[in-house]
Ligand binder design. Sequence first.
Ligand SMILES: [Zn+2]
Length: 490
Amino acid sequence: MTEQSALLIRGVSMIRGHDTAPETGDILVCGSRIAAVGGTLEAPDHADVIDGEGRLALPGLVNAHTHSPLSVVQGAYDTLNHRSCMWLFQAYTKNRTPREVYLSALKNAAEMLSSGTTAVIDHFPEQNFSIDDVEAVVTAYRDAGIRAVVALRIFDGEYTDIFPVSGGLDDRLLEDLHRQNPLRPRPLEETRAICEEAIARFDGLDDGMIRIFPAPSNPMRCSDDLLSMCLDLSQSYGVGIHCHLLETFVQTKIAQQRYGRTMVQHLDALGLLSERFSSAHTIWLDEEDIALLADRGAVPVHNPESNSRGGSGIMPTPAMLAHGVDVAIGSDGSCSGGAQFLQRAMLLATLLHRTPEYPPECWVGPADTLRMATLGGAKAMLAAGEVGHIEPGYRADLCLYDVAGQHWEGAEDAVASFVENETGQSLTCSIVNGRVVVRDGRIATFDWDATRQELLARLPEMKARNAALFDLTGRLADAVLAGGQGPRSV
Ligand SMILES: [Zn+2]
């Protein structure tokens, strides 16, 4: 039997959970789990010892919604709305090789691990990915050492919510779209087959670090048969279901027209709402929808930076928290969510609702936000009770920050200082499942400089190969914008 690894963090200040005051002591990790916390602890002779002097330990953050293929598309669409930028994303992500899928995911992982995020739900791209693509992204996360749900983004209908409304296109553009549409669904039986193969090959790898979830792009882009298939996969294999939900106002209109009820009610009628269901954005809900999410234990994922950039709306987080909904938080893809530093989304989540409409007792507090970024995300990943606390028995997913930095000095409230002032740049060490993946501020698991150089060298060709698609989607985006088709146009 091989000797179990051991790690001792000596004399560190720590915030064990979102609502706890800092305390100082040792943290002992044996294998993948936290073995003991607090006081002065004895460690095995072979233990890796990290000096915690001047450091603050927190549970690793969970980025509960992003898209790794977009990690190379930062800042490209700052002035576009959701409907128009969605078209341009297709041109950026089409025709990737598995190697490029791998490199894009590594870039996302590097940004997260080096800023304090130790787990991620990656909503994989929709354009008929292959099993080799899934293997590439899984391999990237295994190589990086980050805990990851690879959420397979599937659909079998039209993207009606982003099509320009009738009259907004000339005939030539419609013909070109019909011929080149990058969002062509594959048959349902093929979708099921690739999901089952991915689950069989990758779900549960590395001591459960890798999970595979079926992940409808958005329920309105899916038939009821596909949604029911996701429920069947969830029940048959114990996996979660992840999706986008009600990101834009037009999506509520489409749901009412199609189902005669809200999308949340429709999903519930199909049986999808449960503790295994998580949904990004989830903005356009009424009070009854929120109560339904609370009752079923579903987890909405707040994406405040992405929603603000795209002008989509603001999640009703205060009402959700009042109903007892477990909310998670995510960056979204880099094109709309920016670099993958979850702290920026956390700051926005804390401040967005501080307007005259909301009295201070309704405000989202720093501890609420930290809970979203730890326990909320853990629930979305089906890792509740496993990650999100620095407590014996939990997985050792935690990060150390240098608190000698100027924005930490004189901090009265460590949780508020972390949520409102930290950017991730104070991070010195990230530990995932007991393994040190960032040490002294540098990625320890793979050669980040070589990865970055290879990715940068490939970028021009990655764009050039999709020149025709850039032309088409650019014209589509222009038509949408020229027609004033914002999030409310039906
Ligand atoms: Zn998204």
